[in-house]
Design a protein. Structure first.
Lengths: 228, 165, 405
């Protein structure tokens, strides 16, 4: 059974312009599914609707038409509280540019999911383990403003992994990084995948896209499965 | 509240207020009492005013020094100066020298509460500076220790910085 | 290490932005400070006036013509003054119907008492007829006051048995008065004939400017009257002044009227204070509402991250609300603490500056005022951030829109 799937999902935005309202489908009629252990990559140019699809999959934006199902349940029929809990425990989203909480140290950023996880959140010791894993133990008590782009991305990944989610959804995790940092970030995602998380990565870099066990390409809101 | 550097300004202003209170804002009694020998001598409150001039001056100067000092260790030490001077102002005006006994005399109605109030604020402000400087000291110590444990005196941070540059 | 709590996040959010937090806290501080000070000072003044009314004991005062204002300031604030009228009036008025008690007092403004730099009001009382001062005596003397004895008000220095030098004479303190909140607190009382002799023998004696026809051995300053129960005081006073005004050149003060005037002035004062703190509160809340609204726009990235890691809308609202509450709490707490310190320390000074009898309200009243100011201050932040809360709903849109459009 698929873990996370989109069933003919569309997202239509109303664009306000001088000529009046115009609707614009960022995502139209997309079918997508990942199963446990999958590493899915979606390539496409900017403006192709990749991020919109990701936010729908991550439980942050309800599709205008169609469904998004996690373990067979329509996630947008849940209450805000239930859906938020799902984001907290099962579907972690790694945003492209707005990663970290500026007022918290690196260490606290990584264990920030504890804030909304209630009593069964992992202990803070997991943050030490994750810091070690992303190689940032020395920066544990720095604030994000002191970090480089690659470091911030690694912290965001560590935070996404904190509650051991079933699905990891990453939006352009390698954008604006030098090759070495890109490699490091992709390696972290692959490691998470090896440890059992399904990973969905959106990228416009062909090299990064090759990591995927299943690969998609997106163009003008349409998703197309690429052959292996 | 990184290092509470503007705290020095508050302390300096309070010091100046303490200095000015007995002379301008809440003047002490002006009258002299006649002594048995036929001369005249100022009353108690006059001497309390003098003590406040000294104590307030000390607080003002240490406030200005706190504005200049950057290192938390220096600030920690320096903050004790206005703290003790503030206590001294409170003690001299209430206990050690005191003011005139009459409830309606200007020194008791005005100078004493003013000195107690500003003195208290000076103690409070310098206490806050001391605490914040103490925390910075502890954080600094921790950072140095952590860096030492990791990789040499600069830690991995140094390497990352190099990479970014 | 303990788990991260939302309070820890809130503390970090506030302490990492000291200027923002400081400005918001100062607004609440000013409001709480003004509210507490205004309430307590207003209450102190009205309490001071009320005790004057309730416990003066006299219903009306008769003084020489033109001195009605003078006697009021003398009674209420202890401002030394001296004016004189014939003593015989107090004997004659005693016969009037509706008059229950009559006593005469002699006011002497001393230039200086030993130690005290401020002039003291010296009041000669008639121990046999006095019904005004006696109720205030902390320790009653059950024998006639001796010639060299005085009774002192609560703000005069010296214990029972101590001596006081007045007009070059050493006098022994025989009793002290309870605090009255009025002019009696700074007065020294002695036997009326003794007071007159002291005055005449002093350096002031030869220069004493007594009205023509006044007996140098039988003058007083004011005559105080207590009406019999169920007497119309206005009618009584009118009757007396019509009958004696010509003979004695009289003026009168009805105590109840004097207090009413005072109370009207005070209630205006306290209304002003409350209007002022009300305006301050509305303005403060408005400024805070604007700031919060701008803050949410500025912090949408931060809220988006919280949303992504699993904050429900209500959890997000709770965090914003608690931040506002914590800021208000620190501002209100500091404001009330500072106001309590200032009003307690400067109580006497405030009374002197406002030129009115002032008693510090009791601890219970002050506690209630503190609780009220704290509570109202505390509410400011959360109330002010209510309008901004709606903006939190748009955070989700922000997450998707930022790239696509």
């Amino acid at each position: 059974m698929s873990l996370l799937e989109a069933v003919s999902a569309s997202k239509v935005f109303q664009r306000r312009s001088a000529a009046g309202h115009a609707s614009f489908a960022a995502v139209s009629d997309v079918d997508f599914s990942v199963s446990e252990g999958d590493f899915a990559t979606i390539v496409g140019q900017s403006g192709s609707g990749k991020t919109t699809l990701l936010t729908m999959l991550a439980g942050l934006a309800a599709p205008t038409r169609g469904l998004v199902r996690f373990r067979g349940n329509d996630i947008y029929s849940l209450t805000d509280r239930e859906l938020s809990a799902l984001r907290n425990r099962e579907i972690s989203f790694i945003p492209q540019d707005m990663g970290l909480l500026g007022n918290l140290t690196v260490y606290d950023n990584i264990r920030a999911p504890q804030l909304f996880a209630g009593a069964n959140a992992p202990e803070s010791g997991r943050a030490d383990f994750l810091l070690e894993a992303v190689g940032l133990s020395a920066l544990a008590f720095e604030y994000p403003s002191a970090l480089s782009g690659g470091e911030m991305r690694r912290v965001a990944i560590a935070r996404a992994l904190f509650n051991e989610p079933a699905v990891l959804v990453a939006d352009e995790p390698t954008s604006a990084l030098d090759p070495e940092n890109s490699r490091m970030v992709m390696e972290l995602l692959r490691a998470a995948n090896r440890h059992g998380a399904a990973v969905i990565v959106v990228t416009h870099e062909a090299e990064a896209a090759l990591c995927g066990s299943i690969r998609f390409s997106m163009k003008n809101g349409k998703l197309e499965r690429l052959e292996a | 509240m990184k290092d509470f550097s503007w705290g020095g300004l508050i302390v300096a202003v309070l010091g100046l207020l303490i200095m000015a209170s007995p002379a301008y804002f809440f003047p002490v009694c002006e009258t002299m009492i006649s002594t048995a020998a036929g001369g005249s001598a100022p009353m108690k409150c006059f001497w309390t005013g003098r003590a406040a001039l000294g104590g307030g001056g000390m607080i003002a100067v240490s406030g200005f020094l706190l504005l200049l000092a950057k290192h938390p260790g220096v600030r920690l030490g320096l903050a004790f100066l206005p703290l003790c001077a503030g206590l001294l102002v409170i003690l001299t005006s209430n206990l050690l020298i005191g003011v005139c006994p009459g409830a309606m005399m200007p020194c008791r109605m005005g100078t004493l509460p003013a000195l107690s109030f500003f003195g208290f604020l000076a103690v409070l402000a310098s206490g806050c500076i001391a605490v914040s400087a103490g925390r910075r000291m502890a954080a600094l110590g921790g950072a140095i220790r952590r860096a030492g444990e990791k990789s040499g005196p600069y830690g991995e941070k140094g390497a990352e910085n190099g990479e970014r540059a | 290490m303990k788990k991260l709590t939302s309070w820890a996040l809130i503390r970090q959010n506030l302490s990492r932005k000291p200027v923002r937090t400081g400005i918001l806290a100062v607004i609440v501080f000013l409001f709480s400070f003004t509210l507490y000070c205004g309430t307590v000072i207003g209450q102190g003044l009205s309490q001071g006036t009320r005790t004057t009314a309730e416990r003066l004991g006299a219903d009306a005062l008769f003084v020489p013509y033109g001195y009605d204002a003078k006697v009021q300031s003398s009674l209420l604030r202890g401002e030394p003054s001296s004016f004189y009228m014939d003593r015989r009036f107090s004997e004659e008025v005693r016969q009037e119907k509706g008059v229950e008690k009559v006593t005469a007092q002699l006011f002497i403004a001393t230039l200086k008492a030993s130690c005290c730099t401020l002039p003291v009001q010296l009041i000669g009382i008639d121990p046999e007829t006095d019904f005004v001062v006696r109720p205030w005596m902390a320790s009653a003397i059950d024998r006639p006051m001796r010639d060299d004895e005085v009774v002192v008000g609560s703000k005069i220095v010296g214990q029972v048995g101590d001596t006081l030098t007045l007009f070059g004479k050493e006098l022994t303190i025989a009793a002290r008065l309870e605090p009255t909140g009025m002019g009696f607190d700074t007065s020294v009382f002695l036997e009326i004939d003794r007071a007159r002799r002291l005055l005449l023998a002093s350096e002031l004696g030869p220069r004493l400017n007594l009205p023509a026809g006044l007996d140098r051995n039988a003058f007083v300053s004011s005559t105080l009257i207590k009406a019999a129960p169920a007497t119309d005081i206005k009618e009584l006073v009118n009757r007396i002044s019509q009958k004696y005004a010509a003979a004695y050149n009289l003026d009168f003060v009805v105590v109840a009227g004097m207090i009413t005037d005072m109370a009207a002035k005070l209630s205006f004062f306290s209304r002003c204070i409350h209007v002022f703190s009300g305006v301050l509160w509305v303005l403060g809340a408005l400024v805070m509402a604007l700031v919060f609204s701008a803050l949410i726009r500025e912090r949408k990235k931060e809220f988006a991250v919280l949303r992504i890691i699993g904050a429900s809308r209500s959890a997000l609202g709770r965090i914003v609300m608690r931040e506002a509450l914590l800021v208000s709490l620190s501002g209100a707490f500091a404001g009330v603490a500072a106001a309590m310190l200032v009003t307690t320390l400067f109580n006497a000074y405030i009374g002197a500056v406002l030129d009115a009898p002032s008693l510090e309200p009791g601890p219970l009243y002050r506690l209630a005022a503190a609780a009220g100011a704290l509570l109202l201050g505390l509410m400011t932040g959360p109330l002010a951030c209510l309008p901004a809360m709606r903006k939190l709903g748009r955070i989700d849109a922000y997450i998707i829109m930022r790239e696509e459009l």
